[in-house]
Design a protein around this ligand. Structure first.
Ligand SMILES: [Zn+2]
Length: 69
């Protein structure tokens, strides 16, 4: 389960919650002041890992015997 970060607009408290993939924002309340005025913080994921697999499979060239006569 992913962890979502929220920011309380009332007390400026940041907190993270373990929620399902599609959390109901209206059900999220601040654990500090129990305020419903929270904002979801989209944490930027760092996706830059790229494992480039060198696929250089040199196929053997077919040997066409050209023997014409
Ligand atoms: Zn709060």
């Amino acid at each position: 389960m992913p962890i979502y970060e929220y920011l309380c607009l009332k007390c400026d408290k940041k907190f993270s919650l373990l929620q399902s993939l599609f959390p109901a924002e209206k059900n999220t309340e601040c654990p500090e002041c129990s305020s419903r005025e929270v904002k979801k913080i989209i944490s930027s994921f760092s996706c830059g890992a790229g494992s480039d697999v060198g696929s250089s499979s040199s196929m053997p060239a077919p040997n066409f015997g050209g023997g014409g006569g």
